[in-house]
Design a protein around this ligand. Structure first.
Ligand SMILES: [Zn+2]
Length: 298
């Protein structure tokens, strides 16, 4: 299967690695891109120790963005990339840059000794991320979509708009490619299938259910998801995705209720993250939620 993106574990060295992955200690590899983005597909979580990262203060109806910041912080390949500071090393963006903001944010959350931090830079630049305003509730899905787009645009800054290859090879596109193209469940899965070797990530929204959600919605979602039965060749090796974050919404409307999330830390432990509160919990609790967003990784 030909892919513009190397599969995890099968990256080819194209120029001298200058640093190592914080997660797996492998060299960080550079693809031959105009922007020379350092790129590696390690999915090992980078943060060490048994302690989870900090909680996030609610700065006025900001639970919708807190859950997304937390889910992104616990997305291993993204956290590895941000902690390597490969982006800011080459960034010449003046003013707003979502990648630089996320670099600072993830570093603070994972390395701070505080039990909770204030995501002030994100609030300050809300208007650049999307149609969001401080103190006005927002939708977590919409914030995720806008944040990924803002990070993708930040990676592209400096390359020309017509440069299709760089459009398709930003680290954000690599990690979230299937998702960035479509929010629809069927299409999202379709992307995951047709780019199975390239997209180590799968996001499903609105499924209060998953397993046979691939055929039809049911009421449960698994910790481990095998996409093989839904592939054009259903007889091959299993294509396993594992759950690493769940966003839960309570209340009757997107904007009226409250969001919290569950994320899986590097020690394999699940944590319920509810603004400033970070509490360990069991997997059966995670799987017993009415999920609003599910994050799976390969
Ligand atoms: Zn930047």
């Amino acid at each position: 299967e030909l892919s513009p993106f190397p599969a995890p574990g099968h990256l080819q060295r194209q120029s001298s690695p200058s640093t190592t992955c914080l997660g797996c200690s492998s060299p960080v590899l550079f693809l031959d891109l105009p922007s020379q983005l350092g790129l590696h597909a390690c999915s090992q979580p980078p943060w060490a120790g048994s302690r989870p990262g900090a909680g996030l203060y609610n700065l006025g109806s900001t639970c919708y963005l807190n859950v997304i910041l937390q889910c992104l912080t616990y997305t291993p390949p993204l956290a590895n990339y941000l902690l390597s500071r490969q982006h800011s090393r080459f960034c010449s963006q003046q003013g707003f840059c979502m990648m630089c903001i996320m670099e600072d944010h993830v570093r603070k959350v994972l390395y701070s000794s505080a039990t909770a931090i204030r995501p002030r830079a994100v609030i300050r630049d809300l208007k650049f991320i999307g149609e969001f305003k401080p103190d006005i509730p927002g939708d977590a899905y919409e914030f995720l979509r806008c944040t990924l787009n803002a990070m993708h645009r930040a990676c592209l800054s400096g390359s020309s708009d017509s440069d299709v290859s760089s459009q398709e090879t930003t680290i954000i596109h690599q990690i979230f490619g299937g998702f960035l193209r479509s929010r629809a469940l069927g299409k999202c899965l379709g992307e995951g299938i047709s780019h199975s070797s390239a997209v180590p990530f799968l996001l499903l929204q609105g499924a209060s259910s998953l397993n046979t959600a691939l055929e039809d919605f049911v009421v449960e979602y698994p910790e481990c998801l095998d996409l093989r039965p839904y592939m054009s060749d259903p007889a091959g090796e299993p294509i396993l995705y594992s759950l690493y974050a769940v966003v839960v919404h309570t209340g009757h409307t997107c904007l009226g209720g409250h969001f919290f999330c569950y994320t899986k830390a590097s020690n394999g432990q699940w944590y319920k993250m509810n603004d400033v509160s970070v509490e360990s919990c069991a997997i059966h609790t995670v799987l017993g939620q009415q999920a609003y967003l599910l994050f799976y990784t390969r």
